[in-house]
Design a binder for this molecule. Structure first.
Ligand code: DGJ
Length: 542
């Protein structure tokens, strides 16, 4: 039976669904919208106007298991059947014990039994605080050390995965599952219960200590220094020094999530992911300590082997840097959440072309095209001074990008892992050149140059993706940039166009809209999204 799996394409992993390469050109729905199939009809309508081929949507522990041991799959069935009717795929988000480092979605029978399902003590005996970063809203969560919670969470997730196998193994509507959401502890770098203190004072498991000493090459500098400077054996402080508390939390959080994921995989081994609330320059506890941030990826790899992909929620201004940080340890790039402002569309193209990403999903895409409210940007933890926030993403433009990537999917994925697929973005203007053997392309992306030389406030929404089809033939996605082709052959320094066409792919075949020549071949400058087929000729002296 063909079930969705991660295939290795030239060293980059991407999804195979129904036996075909499948890039998740998705959107993540607002937290509460998938609690109603009827409400989701309007959400799907918006997704289809944006050209999305899939949605990421929550399945919650509270609605799945309203009473202990009593499971209600009616909502899951309705959501899967709804996606099938529209010919789309799903990524399901298991909101179990964790959601934004809190236990919002644990069922009432879990929340109300604090003896059986212990809460995390952010300081001795304190399980309830206020998050002063967010208007003092209340903060509490379940303990990553509580076996009862872990077992109950894993039982529920196991039941969910067993049911999905029964009703979807043939159709492959569900392509992947995210296990929990933004795990970790807020308010402290580790839990401070008596149990946590005793474990923190105990010996670090020898296998883990040895693994960490052998995994320093990819570690963040401070983590590497702490591991290399620590003792080979001893308690957590002795072995991991200044990073001991975060590593302790990551060890136990990842082990918790890993047990839930493993239980689900025993029933139906779909690709499973874990997403993270990023540190954004803060200290553990100001961001969820123990969550799968890039600096803790080595810990998560050891403790949660059933998690296939660690995924970043990226609202930070340095989008490109955040992407880079999550491609270490051969981790495929899958972005389950990101901003819907004016860079959303170009970023989708860039992550596919530059990082050969397996998926991309703006969060709360339901409002895409509307001005970003200060409340939303604050809630999303965004830099409210970011100029990108001033301009909503044009939805027609977003749809063009998504549909164009969808139309090129097999071509794109077949070049994953190779240098035949590259992209540049105006968010990294200094990286403006792509080389393909004899030929290269420079993309000038300062939109000031595009507006007749007026130094506009250069928005960073220019993008250029180049896919080399043959030695001298290329397909190019371009917007808000000027493309300058050149030869790298000193003997043949001159370049001419043998073909320059604007077009699209229809059912996998190139369809020419216009043959471009004359003025349109003098300067390849684009202020609207354009797909080109280019055939070049390099020559020297006669
Ligand atoms: C990140 C979370 O993962 C989402 O569920 C949502 O709460 C966003 N933050 C918006 O705040």
């Amino acid at each position: 039976m063909n079930i969705p799996y991660l295939h290795d394409f030239g060293g980059k992993k991407a999804l195979m669904v129904n036996g075909q390469p499948f890039l998740l050109l998705a959107g993540e729905v607002h937290n509460s919208n998938s609690s109603s199939v009827a409400y989701m009809e309007g959400v799907w309508d918006k997704a289809e106007t944006l050209g999305m081929n899939s949605l990421l949507l929550p399945i919650t522990w509270e609605l799945l298991e309203p009473e202990e041991g009593v499971f209600d799959f009616s909502l899951v069935d309705g959501l899967i059947e709804q996606a099938r009717r529209r010919g789309k795929k799903l990524g399901l988000l298991w909101f179990g014990a964790w959601k934004n480092a809190q236990c919002y979605y644990a069922p009432a029978w879990v929340k109300t039994n604090l003896q059986r399902f212990k809460r995390a003590e952010v300081s001795k005996g304190v399980v309830y605080t206020r998050n002063e970063q967010f208007y003092g809203i209340p903060y509490t969560t379940l303990s990553y050390l509580c076996g009862e919670t872990n077992e109950a969470d894993a039982r529920a997730f196991r039941a969910l995965m067993r049911h999905i196998k029964e009703m979807d193994e043939r159709e492959n509507t569900v392509a992947l599952v995210q296990v929990e959401n933004e795990t970790g502890l807020m308010g402290a770098a580790r839990e401070h219960s008596d149990e946590a203190d005793a474990l923190f004072e105990a010996e670090v498991p020898a296998a883990f200590a040895a693994y960490m000493r052998g995994a320093t090459a990819t570690m963040a500098p401070d983590v590497r220094a702490a591991v290399e400077g620590g003792a080979a054996a001893g308690n957590w402080q002795a072995v991991f020094g200044d990073v001991a508390e975060e590593i302790f939390s990551a060890y136990h959080t990842a082990a918790y999530v890993g047990r839930v994921a493993a239980a689900g995989k025993e029933e139906y081994p779909l690709p499973m992911t874990a997403n993270c609330w990023q540190e954004n320059g803060q200290q553990p506890g100001q961001y969820p300590s123990g969550g799968p941030v890039s600096r803790m990826m080595e810990v998560w790899r050891f403790c949660a082997p059933s998690i296939d992909v660690i995924t970043p929620d990226i609202y930070a201004r340095d989008f490109c840097g955040a992407c880079d940080a999550f491609t270490k340890l051969s981790n495929p790039l899958m972005i389950p959440e990101t901003a819907t402002h004016s860079y959303a569309g170009p970023r989708q193209v860039w992550v596919v072309g530059h990082h050969h990403a397996m998926g991309y999903a703006p969060f709360g895409f339901e409002e895409m095209g509307q001005p970003f409210t200060a409340a939303a940007s604050f809630l999303f933890g965004m830099d409210t001074q970011d100029p990108a926030l001033k301009t909503p993403q044009n939805t027609e433009e977003y749809a063009w990008y998504t549909r164009t990537l969808q139309s090129m999917m097999p071509l794109l994925v077949n070049q994953y892992g190779s240098s035949s697929l590259q992209a540049v973005t105006s968010e990294r203007k200094e990286e403006d050149t792509m080389l393909f053997g004899t030929f290269g392309f420079k993309a000038v992306m300062d939109t000031g140059a595009m507006s007749m030389g007026q130094a506009s406030e250069a928005m960073k929404d220019g993008v250029c993706l180049v896919l080399q089809n043959t030695e001298d033939e290329f397909y190019i996605i371009a917007n808000r940039c000027i493309i300058l082709p050149f030869s790298t052959d000193a003997e043949k320094p001159n370049v001419d166009f043998l073909a320059l066409e604007e077009g699209c792919f229809e059912n996998g075949n190139w369809t020419r809209i216009r043959r471009l020549n004359g003025d349109e071949a003098t300067l390849l400058g684009y202020d609207t999204p354009t797909l080109l087929r280019v055939k070049l000729f390099a020559y020297g002296k006669a």
